[in-house]
Design a binder for this molecule. Structure first.
Ligand code: ADP
Ligand code: ZN
Ligand code: MG
Length: 485
């Protein structure tokens, strides 16, 4: 079977570090990049007898996340101990939420949310490699600064169908979380971390296949590439008559797989080695009961979120779905567009103005913020209004935009200074068309024979001669008229 005979099924688990001032269950300040083990106390070091106190701000942020993801909020949720032994967890367990999370079912864009819960981050293990002093072999050390950082873990339903969709959806999630202001959402620094569960099934089937869990994707590119590589690996196994086994995998983007594809996938543990965490309710914390004032406080702080913004652009302004998403996901483009639209009023078509920003302007300024460019929202609005009034032609408008990007200024003044106004008299244009036809007898012959594609070079000649100031439709009409077609 070909690759298209299989449908990939992907569910994501995302850990988000919350930007609270202090840790989840103690008063230690959060720090990133401070000297190791300078933000610790008996609680986050797991010393005997130390008792946790829940951080109210972390709850507030979790509620904002839950509301933004349209989750059902749980009136009374519970913390559990997830038991495991590892040096990054001094207590021997992580305090997490298990069967009753603070946020239940929800949705963001085209992906359903299974749940979102609060938990504490582990400490950071630093692997020193072969420089160890104790055994001379590899040695690892622990930095407890990160231990106890508040996390929200978001678990999606298996609704994602491709690696590209996983990446795009994670971008939407990141923008949403950033807009909420609850996290730095930085994948390099680990404040946003994503694991992907991947399976394949015959296209058209609605049964879930055996999944693997892919860890360690610390950038959007690696997420997309890792998931792609894993889908290919599973298809190859099934094609060869084998069976995918349930396991946890590590994706290493820096190496190559046996087949030569970038990014090797290796097994961390199989189902048999899977942990039994022996969850039980945390006896040192009372249930988390939501009060109306907590919900009101969270609601009051919700900004307009990307998904709502995209909807508003599509429904109210009639922008295309693609443009609406672009402006919503890259909010600096959306902000700029709204200023330009306000300046243009009813004198510009919303989609045309949007295209000049998302197409021509972005092509010239790349990923940078248009507000920091020399092109004011008013200037690009005026340019589009001039175009609509046929005072300039598209080719000339592009030259005006070049000038705006380079030096700023007003489109009308630039048009006048560079002589880029649309050709006024039909006579002037007719004269240029006549010269164009004269210069290219071969094209004229083809045109007479009915091959209208041959008009390309003629139009090109006219645009060159007029510096893009001619109206393409008018040139077309004049060519037909002069050739008697
Ligand atoms: P586990 O018990 O292994 O933790 P869960 O059912 O809790 O599995 O699901 C964990 C994640 O895996 C969720 O994001 C879910 O959407 C996803 N998932 C579950 N089954 C599949 C599957 N067959 N293929 C892809 N993703 C899946
Ligand atoms: Zn502490
Ligand atoms: Mg699970």
């Amino acid at each position: 079977m070909s690759a298209s005979a299989y449908e990939p099924v992907i569910g994501l688990e995302i850990h988000v570090q919350l930007k609270t001032r202090t840790k989840m269950f103690c008063g230690c300040e959060l720090s990133f990049g401070d000297p190791p083990n300078t933000h610790t106390c008996p609680v986050c070091l797991g010393l005997p007898g130390a008792l946790p106190v829940l951080n109210a701000k972390a709850v507030h942020y979790a509620l904002m996340v839950g509301m933004a993801l349209d989750c059902e909020l749980t009136p009374r949720s519970i913390f559990h101990r997830k038991n495991y032994f590892y040096p990054d967890s001094p207590k021997g367990y992580q305090i997490s939420q298990y069967d009753i999370p603070i946020c239940g079912a929800g949705r963001l864009g085209d992906v359903r949310i299974h749940r979102a819960h609060l938990e504490e981050d582990a400490a950071k293990l630093i692997h020193l490699g072969g420089t160890g002093r104790i055994h001379g072999a590899s040695e690892s050390v622990v930095d407890f600064n990160r231990g106890g950082t508040p996390l929200v873990e978001i678990v999606t339903e298996p609704d994602v169908r491709s690696a590209a969709q996983a990446r795009e959806w994670l971008t939407l999630l990141r923008t949403t979380l950033r807009q909420l202001g609850v996290s730095d959402v930085n994948m390099d620094e680990g404040s946003l971390r994503c694991d992907a569960n991947v399976s394949i099934r015959p296209a058209g089937s609605d049964v879930l296949g055996t999944k693997t869990e892919l860890k360690n994707m610390n950038s959007f590119r690696y997420l997309e590439r890792g998931v792609e590589a894993e889908i290919a690996r599973q298809i190859a196994i099934v094609e060869a008559g084998g069976e995918v086994i349930q396991e946890t995998l590590h994706y290493d983007p820096t190496t190559r797989s046996a087949g030569g594809a970038p990014g090797a996938i290796s097994s961390l543990r199989s189902k048999e080695e899977a942990h039994d965490y022996r969850y039980f309710p945390e006896p040192d914390l009372v249930p988390l009961v939501l009060e109306e004032r907590m919900l009101e406080a969270a609601r009051a702080e919700l900004p307009e979120l990307p998904a709502q913004r995209a909807e508003r652009y599509e429904q109210e302004l009639g922008l295309s779905a693609d443009t609406a998403r672009l402006f919503a996901f890259r909010s600096e483009l959306g902000d700029y567009y709204e200023l330009a639209a306000a300046a243009a009023g009813t004198s510009a078509e919303p989609q045309v103005l949007a295209n000049w920003i998302s197409g021509e302007l972005v092509a010239r300024i790349g990923d940078s913020d248009p507000a920091a460019s020399k092109v004011t929202p008013g200037a690009i609005a005026q340019l589009v209004v001039l175009l609509r009034g046929k005072q300039i032609q598209p080719g000339a408008a592009k030259q005006v935009l070049d000038a705006l990007v380079a030096d700023g200024g007003e489109p009308e003044a630039i048009v006048a200074a560079l002589g880029l106004g649309a050709i006024g008299g039909a006579d002037e244009l007719a004269e240029v068309v006549a010269r164009a036809l004269e210069s290219d007898p071969a094209a004229v012959e083809k045109l007479r024979a009915g091959n209208m594609k041959a008009i390309g070079p003629i139009v090109g000649f006219v645009m060159r001669e007029t510096k893009g100031r001619a109206d393409g439709g008018e040139v077309n009409r004049l060519v037909r008229e002069q050739l008697g077609l």
